[in-house]
Every structure is written in C-alpha cells, then in structure tokens.
Design a protein around this ligand. Structure first.
Ligand code: NAP
Length: 294
C-alpha cells in the first residue's frame, strides 16, 4: 500500500480563503475587523519564523496583527502589564503569547492572565476546563488542526480506535479530548507506555506528538490507518544542511498507512489556519455575533 498524502498546505489554504471571505463579510456588515496580538519574548529563531508566518497569514486574511517583541530579560510584571493592556484593547480580539518563555517568567501565570475570551491559543485553564466538560470554548490550534485533517479522510471519527502519542498540555491532552468529543475510542500513550508499538498497531487513527525524529516506524502501523504527524524536528541532512522531519518515519510508514500527513506541509500550515479560525470565532463571540460556520 502507498498512503494517500494529506496535503495540509492546500487544505489550510482553502480554510484561510473561507476565513478571509468571512472577515470581508463581517467588515462590510458589522464594521468588525478581527485583530490578534502576538507577543514574543526574546529571539528564539524557531519562534521568530513562526511569529513571522503567523503575522503574514493574519494580514492575508484581512485581519489586524499587533506584534509585540519584548527583550529576553523582560520582567514578569512588565509582560503581565502588557497582557492586561491587550485584554482591555477593543481592537484586540485574540492574544497569543509565544511559548516557551524565559525562566524568570512563570508561563502558567501569564496564560492565566489572558482574558479567556481572547485566549486564541486555548491554553487558559478556563478554556481547558470547558473543553474537558464538553462546553463551547476556544480550543488549542494544533489539536484542532489534527482533527480537521483526520476528518478529510474520515467523515466521522465515531467508534474509531485513536492513539495519541504524547500527553503535553498543548498537543496530546487537548487532542485526546477533541477526539473523545468526536466519539473516537482514545488511548493516550507517553514515555512510560509499555510496548508502544503494539499499542500503535491497534490504531485506526494514529497521532504522533513526541518531539523525536522519525520515531514511529512502519511496522507500528495498522495497514490502512490514518497517521497524523505533529512532530517538527530539525536534523542534519545531506552535507550537514539542516532539514525538518516529523515524529514518523515517513517513507516506511507511507508503505503501510492509508493516509499520512507530510512534514513539512501537514499539521504546521493547518495550525496557522486554526489560529485564524480561533481569532474569527473569538471576535464574533465578543461582538455577540454567531460563530462562523466554515
Ligand atoms: P512535549 O511537551 O515535549 O511532549 C512530548 C510528549 O511525548 C510527552 O508527553 C512525552 O511523554 C512523550 N514522549 C517522549 N518520548 C517518548 C517516547 N520515547 N515514547 C512515547 N512517548 C514519548 O512536546 P509537544 O509540545 O507536545 O510537541 C510534540 C512535537 O510536536 C514536537 O516535535 C513539537 O515541535 C511539535 N509541535 C508541532 C506543532 C505544529 O504546529 N505542527 C505544534 C506544537 C508542537 P512524557 O509525558 O511521559 O514525558
């Protein structure tokens, strides 16, 4: 078998096009231009690339981007003061503080300071709790991206065996909650899971969010399974030139899986599209307008 490649880039471009259409409609009908503030602390090169890509996508969707770059040695109080200012700013519908933050700053404190209505990353404990109890709220972008991509293969996830490798607060746990809400049968695996390969072989849907290059091998895959690779790992390529690979051994897994996301070009672009979607959803909710139905 050779897996169908799930083209995250094209699927994301379609979603971004729909979002741009909805933004234009909101502007014409309600004079509403959704705005997102992206706060970056320090100069982490990966974060800088990500922030630039986000800002470009925000502008292309017709939304407003407010970028704030703070020095690596900024104090926690100063960052919290900026968050408070953004919470109060009516032009700002979404606030994203790029993680990780430097050690002098308590990330949990900063996340908890963001107005939950503007928490487009979906990391605020109130949104996490709403998700866990089945209430509407803002959902983290990468897990949302994973589910949308899986649903391009399976119209319904109901009853499917889903295995999520990874239990981080930003990917694994919220992804498992989303899959549960879709009525999948969910297993969360992690570094202490025994016989991970056998657990994975049960999966109709396998999600890898580990942070280890090409860790998931071809013989871990149930023939025909859908595999969503969240990993972004920088490795030395030919001639020492760095290249990006996922958590899944792509060439091997493609021989067994039914469908597979590539890295790059899978979950990454879809995550950005979901950030735009969350910003649009947040802006509509703040103005008392119905949630966008895209
Ligand atoms: P993380 O916080 O480091 O969590 C990694 C998880 O993988 C942990 O739960 C860990 O288990 C588990 N794990 C580590 N080694 C394992 C092993 N040998 N066997 C089984 N499980 C193992 O990472 P993250 O933030 O969730 O990110 C995961 C990957 O996704 C990274 O490559 C990251 O760059 C990527 N990512 C991509 C996007 C995107 O937009 N595409 C967004 C976010 C993250 P324990 O809990 O037991 O330690």
């Amino acid at each position: 078998m050779t897996a169908r490649i799930i083209d995250g880039k094209t699927i994301a471009a379609n979603l971004r096009g729909k979002i741009a259409g909805e933004v234009a409609r909101l502007q014409a009908a309600h004079r509403l231009v959704p705005g997102i503030a992206v706060v970056q602390v320090g100069d982490n090169p990966a974060s800088s690339v990500y922030v630039r890509t986000k800002s470009k996508a925000v502008a292309e969707a017709g939304m407003r981007a407010f970028d704030h770059k703070l020095a690596d040695n900024v104090g926690e109080a100063e960052l919290l003061a900026l968050v408070a200012k953004l919470n109060a700013d009516e032009q700002v519908n979404g606030i994203l503080v790029q993680l990780p933050l430097p050690p002098q700053i308590d990330s949990q404190k900063v996340i908890a300071a963001i107005d939950p209505a503007k928490d487009v990353d979906g990391f605020h404990p109130l949104n996490t709790g709403r998700q866990a109890t089945g209430l509407a709220g803002l959902v983290p972008c990468t897990p949302l991206a994973c589910v949308i991509l899986a649903k391009t293969v399976h119209a319904s996830l109901e009853g499917l065996e889903a295995v999520v490798i990874g239990r981080s607060n930003i990917v694994g746990k919220p992804l498992a909650q989303l899959l549960l809400a879709q009525n999948a049968t969910v297993t969360i695996a992690h570094s202490k899971t025994r016989n991970l390969a056998a657990v994975c072989r049960r999966a109709d849907l396998l999600f890898a969010a580990i942070g280890r290059p090409e860790y998931v091998r071809g013989d871990w895959i149930k023939p025909g399974a859908t595999v969503i690779d969240v990993g972004i790992n920088r490795v030395a390529g030919d001639g020492g030139k760095p290249r990006i690979v996922g958590d899944v051994a792509f060439a091997e897994v493609a021989q067994v899986a039914g469908a597979l996301t590539p890295v790059p070009g899978g979950v990454g672009p879809m995550t950005i599209a979901c950030l735009l979607l969350n910003t649009l959803t947040a802006a509509c909710a703040q103005k008392g307008l119905p949630a966008p139905n895209l």
